[in-house]
Design a protein around this ligand. Structure first.
Ligand code: NAD
Length: 484
């Protein structure tokens, strides 16, 4: 069903199963709220376990045909989907502003980044390589081919409703897999629009199935218990990821996990402070801090700490806060519990002696607004340095030596990304090697790139998305011992 929302946009609001828009099996629906007003903008079908299994049936029926579709054809469909997303970028960005609350510039940035995954994997679809070599004993050839892994269950979070969906669907479709996508229930509309774009681009019925649902646990249990499902790709919190890994272990399902982060940002005394402040602002404030890559902890050399903190405070304090539709630089957080958690972490840090340089207050109005905040003198043992803040708050901690900075940066169970700012490239590379992170931004506040392998170490995840590695996650190697 295509519904006209209160926003004036026309979007699908039913389940997308086997090439049809369907209501939920029990007729249930749930509301999607605009975080800037806390009011509903749409009501979406609430997928049941029965619907989830219907998605697996549809994906199964389409699997052989899609795997046998020539890679060039799969690539051209993805390329068309990229073009359609770009043609409709303003409309989709508007939808993301409404359902996620992000600022318009962030929404447009995400939309283009999301579309790029379709373009990148349209190019990768025709570059799935294998290997042939002579066995060391000289008796035969070792041939390795790569085949689609099979039906893939994709679960995405609310903070990047477009990019997390395309970062999974792009490589899965390029590799020849059929998919079931379960978007976050805060932001299902963007995923449904992308499903419609893939249909228009020529994806055959059943290859892509999208199931909004507020029964995530029951749906995941049912899908992961079905032996036809061979892949789970999850992006979300480490806590939920851990539960899913346990469930997936029953059928020994291949898992790619993109989990939480707690990124350190190191500013050495020889850094160009203009570059460091600009980088810190980008690393912190993309998506109002609601990013797994958000700089969560700023470690700054004592000799430049006051200057860096003052300048960052000025920049953060100058950002406008308000609804994305009004072109504010910083939109609301996604919901009440996120807002409460951010404020709680800030108040806890203050009670342990931190000084408020700027912010530290809830915003005005009914939406879930929080003012951009910089804290200095944060105690190294504060909760705010251990937990994902997921909001516009930058705690600054002072260090004296490179060794101390690396030790503090690595003092976490997370290891997604780290940022380093220095005028000495060799020193920056040495520190990059020592940091326990899957990615490092060296004199850069943004690392995300569809052509690069994105992912974390430690409890930030397993596997990589994007780059060449992203496609391999949706393939299995088959070794054939050949004698000719
Ligand atoms: P979340 O873990 O609460 O939810 C993620 C998804 O899992 C949603 O679709 C949700 O409905 C679903 N889910 C929740 N409980 C489930 C269950 N028991 N079984 C199956 N599915 C379940 O995370 P969130 O709040 O949506 O997103 C924020 C988190 O995502 C943060 O921790 C952030 O760091 C992480 N994240 C990581 C990356 C990355 O690439 N590493 C990217 C974006 C977000």
């Amino acid at each position: 069903m295509i519904e006209d929302l209160v926003t004036g946009l026309s979007v699908p609001t039913d389940l997308w199963i086997g090439g049809q828009w369907r209501p939920a099996a029990d007729g249930g629906r749930f509301d999607v709220l605009d975080p800037a007003t806390a009011r509903p903008i749409a009501s979406v079908a609430n997928g049941t376990v029965e619907d989830a299994l219907a998605c697996v049936d549809a994906a199964d029926a389409a699997a052989a045909g899609w795997a046998a579709t020539p890679p060039r054809q799969r690539g051209e469909i993805l390329r068309r989907a990229f073009e359609l997303m770009i043609e409709r970028e303003d409309e989709i960005a508007e939808l993301m502003v409404r359902e996620n609350g992000k600022a318009r510039a962030d929404a447009l940035g995400e939309l283009r980044y999301a579309a790029e995954f379709f373009r990148w994997f349209s190019e990768e679809a025709v570059r799935i390589t294998g290997e042939v070599r002579t066995a060391p004993a000289g008796t035969n050839q070792i041939m390795v081919i790569r085949q689609p892994i099979g039906i893939s269950f994709l679960i995405t979070p609310w903070n990047f409703p477009a990019a997390m969906a395309t970062r999974k669907m792009g490589p899965a479709l390029a590799a020849g897999c059929t998919v079931l996508l379960k978007p976050a229930s805060e932001t299902p509309l963007t995923a449904l629009v992308i499903a419609d774009i893939l249909r228009e681009a020529g994806v055959p019925d059943g290859v892509v199935n999208v199931l909004p649902s507020r029964r995530s646990g029951a749906v995941a249990d049912a899908v992961l218990s079905d032996p036809r499902v061979r892949k789970l790709s999850f992006t979300g919190s480490t806590e939920v990821g851990r539960t899913l890994l346990r469930t997936a272990s029953e059928q020994v399902i291949s898992c790619s996990m993109e989990l939480g982060g707690n990124a350190p940002l190191l500013v050495l005394e020889d850094a160009d402070l203009d570059v460091a402040v600009e980088g810190a602002l980008l690393a912190k404030m993309r998506n109002a801090g609601e990013a797994c890559t958000a700089a969560n902890r700023m470690y700054v050399h004592r000799s430049v700490a006051d200057e860096f903190t003052r300048r960052l405070g000025e920049r953060m304090g100058a950002l406008s806060v308000g609804p994305g539709v009004d072109d504010a630089a910083v939109g609301p957080l996604v919901n009440q519990s996120s807002l409460d958690k951010v404020d709680e972490l800030v108040q806890d840090a203050i009670s342990e002696g931190a000084t408020v340089v700027v912010g530290a207050a809830r915003g005005e109005g009914d939406g879930y607004f929080y003012t951009p905040t910089v804290l200095s003198g944060v105690s190294p043992t504060s909760r705010i340095l251990d937990e994902e803040i997921f909001g516009p708050v930058a705690p600054v901690v002072v260090f004296d030596t490179d060794e101390e900075a690396v030790r503090l940066a690595n003092r976490t169970e997370y290891g997604l990304v780290a940022y380093v700012f220095t005028g000495d490239l060799a020193r920056g590379l040495r520190i990059s090697e020592a940091l326990e992170a899957g990615m490092v931004g060296l004199n850069r506040g943004v690392v995300s790139d569809p052509a690069a392998p994105f992912g974390g170490v430690k409890q930030s995840g397993i596997g990589r998305e994007g780059g060449h590695e992203g496609l391999l996650e949706y393939t299995e190697s088959k070794y054939i011992a050949v004698q000719w």
